[in-house]
Ligand binder design. Structure first.
Ligand SMILES: NC(=O)c1ccc[n+]([C@@H]2O[C@H](COP(=O)([O-])OP(=O)(O)OC[C@H]3O[C@@H](n4cnc5c(N)ncnc54)[C@H](O)[C@@H]3O)[C@@H](O)[C@H]2O)c1
Length: 246
């Protein structure tokens, strides 16, 4: 893809399932990858695989994120991919439990945009790709607070795309559907009950399979490349046709 060689790409949650696949794809395109994750073991492992640099910090901690970003030099592409969910019907949740979900899925990406966009705007170029979720577009039972945060990310994407369009910065979002990663396995639950939900999910997906981490990086790399220079404020699902949002 055009324009990715030698670019510096920071991927949050780069040690996770989808994040690692995104890191590998950018490395294949000749980019230099900053693997950011609060899990030091996975960050270092993926950084070694892609010959990149591991950055170990919690995105919800503004000061820690600021220190990490200050050590990076120029960042040309930011992929906000870190995320986490706890599955519970909304009426069973306790307000105290919302905080962690909001810090990781909304405050963390707010921090990252706030810390990385100034250098992109000053340079007059840069790309942000936000990993939201189809839960934000169509809702998902048991994922109320997470969905609210991911919906917030879509609104943030469109607003920042408008605010930064004349500064040469694009901001787009990718919404994975159910993808075979630890997050999905947590959603499905264990044993026979989990298998039933999984089978029902597969039946509902037009392409008759759940996503794989490798399904996501192609569109992310495209949106960060020169080929997508005239695309901003857009949302695209990667879900085997499960969601066909207008
Ligand atoms: N798996 C799915 O079905 C699915 C569906 C839709 C959207 N998504 C989104 O895709 C993204 C990647 O998810 P995944 O399935 O690969 O999950 P994963 O659990 O494999 O990876 C998430 C990574 O984020 C890191 N992380 C979590 N909180 C962090 C924090 N505060 N600071 C820094 N790093 C943090 C974790 O350590 C982990 O390595 C997430 O944003 C998720 O919400 C996943």
């Amino acid at each position: 893809m055009k324009g990715l060689r030698d670019k510096s790409v920071l991927v949050t949650g780069g040690g996770g399932a989808i994040g690692a696949a995104i890191c590998c794809r950018f490395a294949e395109e000749g980019a230099s990858v900053l693997v950011a994750d609060k899990n030091s073991v996975s960050a270092v492992k993926v950084a070694r695989e892609v010959r990149g640099k591991a950055l170990v910090f919690d995105i919800s901690d503004y000061a820690a994120a600021k220190r990490a970003i200050a050590s990076c030099g120029e960042i040309h592409v930011l992929v906000n991919n870190a995320g986490w969910d706890r599955f519970q019907n909304f009426l069973d949740t306790d307000p105290a439990e919302w905080e962690e979900l909001i810090s990781i899925n909304l405050r963390g990406p707010l921090n990252m945009h706030h810390l990385v966009l100034p250098q992109m705007a000053a340079r007059g170029s840069g790309c942000v790709v936000n990993i939201s979720s189809d839960a934000a577009r169509v809702g998902s039972s048991g994922e109320s607070v997470y969905s609210a945060c991911k919906g917030g990310i879509l609104s943030l994407t469109k607003t920042l795309a408008r605010e930064l369009a004349r500064k040469g910065v694009t901001v787009n979002a990718v919404c994975p559907g159910p993808t075979d990663t630890p997050i999905l396995r947590g959603f499905l639950g264990e044993g026979e009950a989990g298998k039933k939900v999984y089978d029902a999910l597969v039946r509902a997906i037009p392409q008759k399979r759940v996503g794989r981490p490798d399904d996501v990086p192609g569109i992310v790399a495209f949106l960060a490349s020169d080929e997508a220079a005239y695309i901003t404020g857009q949302v695209i699902s990667v879900s085997g046709g499960l969601t066909m949002a207008g």
